[in-house]
Design a protein around this ligand. Structure first.
Ligand code: SF4
Length: 431
């Protein structure tokens, strides 16, 4: 079989990115040529997202982009939109294979068999959400590591439990082995990902126990915790915040600052409890970089409720806020709620959160001037290089520094832009 060209497009979250990265590795090792999604290929794989209406639209556009331009190519669609909208996607004659999340790890087998003349029905394959190979060759300097899938919380606005299934945790031994292999491959940062990672529990090992075990692995690397819900962990994780290998940056999803709205969202905490947790974290590590998710325009959200969210973002000093306009997801309880908020009110509220978060971001990043950061170099330039420090902030430095190397820098300044990178000067090579 002549070398086949394959292109991937991933939408949505880091978990989707992890899954695509491991598939790219598998096809690489299987003798396929990985090409960019805009190029000519024999196969296009779209890993979709369905978290909001606009995610659905982006997924459809991405599918159409390839299927229209390359009418002979194999079109494989996977990800959360397949689990959510299988029937309507199934009506698209240009889609060759629809593969749900539970069989996504079998995509190599499905495509390779196809080119060997054996047509496999994905629905007949075994379900396994952890059977992904080691993500060896990815273009990233940091590697994602999946520890968990699914969620049992059923927040009233969220479609994820319907498309990712019930919460399930990956065996501790598999995760630690995966981490060892990635460290041996030279990855300097491992990013823990999943759907509701704080709820990780395998036998008697809870999330913070797992983090502690990963931090204890030998090697010069750091662990970063990706997006986490504010429940399922506590004191022990806070006590790890000063561990030299744990990145002092946490993205903890608040969603709203009003007790009334949090109750209607069926969130597992109160605004007061969340604030106490923020204070406890900062008592442990004052320079931690806290970021969050906020939904504006949830059904019934009054101006007063929204003002509570703004006040909360201000007080908690979140240095970055992913702001989502509430989006009706069929099948969720919030979709059936009265008092839906007009789109233009959502847009105005989203803009207010964005402006406030930008001010917080500049304030937090400026607070690092004069301090040191240990960068992982991600862009190696002739005159200018760029890396990311432990607080997950981009830092530019003059000169050429090898990609995927450590570099200690002193922060000397901040860019004048809405999303300001920092400037740094190299001090004594970290290696
Ligand atoms: S905890 Fe997160 S993934 Fe689970 S239902 Fe709530 S928002 Fe969705």
């Amino acid at each position: 079989m002549s070398m086949k060209k394959i292109a991937f497009k991933t939408l949505g979250c880091r978990l989707n990115q992890y899954e695509t990265d491991t598939l790219i590795s598998q096809f690489n090792q299987g003798g396929y040529q990985i090409v960019d999604y805009s190029e000519e290929a024999d196969v296009y794989v779209v890993n979709t997202c369905t978290v909001t209406n606009s995610s659905d639209q982006k997924s459809r556009n991405t599918i159409n982009q390839a299927s229209k331009q390359h009418d002979q190519a194999l079109m494989v669609v996977t990800g959360c939109m397949v689990n959510n909208k299988k029937d309507s996607l199934g009506k698209n004659p240009r889609i060759s294979y629809l593969v749900d999340n539970e069989r996504k790890s079998s995509i190599y087998n499905i495509i390779d068999s196809h080119f060997k003349g054996e047509l496999i029905d994905p629905e007949l394959l075994e379900k396994n959400v952890f059977n992904f190979p080691l993500g060896e060759e990815t273009s990233h300097t940091r590697s994602l590591i999946k520890i968990q899938d699914g969620c049992n919380n059923f927040c009233t606005f969220c479609i994820i439990p319907f498309v990712r299934g019930r919460a399930i945790s990956r065996p501790v031994a598999d995760i630690l082995q995966n981490a060892r292999e990635l460290i041996q491959l030279g990855y300097k940062e491992l990013v823990i990902t999943g759907v509701n990672i704080g709820r990780y529990e395998y036998e008697s090992t809870k999330f913070e126990d797992l983090v502690e075990q990963m931090l204890a692995l030998p090697g010069d690397f750091r662990i970063r915790i990706s997006s986490i819900e504010p429940e399922g962990f506590g004191e022990k994780l806070f006590s790890l915040l000063n561990h030299p290998k744990l990145a002092p940056q946490l993205h903890i999803c608040l969603q709203a600052g009003s007790e009334k709205t949090l109750l209607k969202m069926r969130r597992m905490y109160t605004a007061r409890g969340f604030k106490e947790m923020v204070d406890a974290i900062r008592q442990r590590r004052a320079d931690v970089n806290l970021t969050t998710d906020i939904i504006v325009g949830f059904p019934g959200e009054s101006d007063e409720d929204f003002q509570e969210t703004l006040d909360f973002v201000q007080e908690a000093r979140f240095s970055h806020v992913h702001t989502f306009k509430f989006s009706i997801r069929d099948g969720t309880r919030a979709a059936r709620m009265d008092e839906q908020v007009p789109e233009k009110v959502k847009t105005s509220r989203s803009e207010q959160v964005r402006l406030l978060a930008e001010a917080n971001k500049r304030q937090f990043r400026s607070s690092l001037i004069g301090k040191t950061q240990r960068l992982i170099i991600e862009k190696e330039g002739p005159q200018l290089s760029m890396g990311t420090g432990e607080h997950l902030i981009p830092v530019k430095l003059k000169g050429r520094f090898p990609k995927n190397s450590w570099q200690l820098v002193r922060i000397t300044g901040i860019e004048n832009s809405n999303d300001p990178a920092l400037w740094g000067e190299a001090i004594d090579s970290a290696d």
